[in-house]
Unconditional design. Sequence first.
Length: 118
Amino acid sequence: QLQASGGGLVQAGGSLRLSCAASGGTLTNDGMSWFRQAPGKQRAFVAAIRWNVENTMYGDSVKGRFIISRDNGKNTMYLHMNVLKPEDTAVYYCAQGFYDRADYVQNWGQGTQVTVSS
């Protein structure tokens, strides 16, 4: 199971930290990912991280502003979102697996809403 949290309302230029706690069979996977979906748009890749090696990847729209990290001891992945923009407004989903394509994902968390006001 994947449990996402940390969303909320923030002003443009602000920061938020999302968390995704993993349990059960998700721990056997090689990594986890974040995606987001804005109203009327397809689910888009944000960032991904591997559990046991230093390997991350980011979507072009968040490079330099977002940082993905993990705490293996807590089985938790984080998304540190900085310099937030109104266009970052979306429901953010964590996903099992080190993927940059939503159609590869088979196990999703429930999503957490992020709203950035201008």
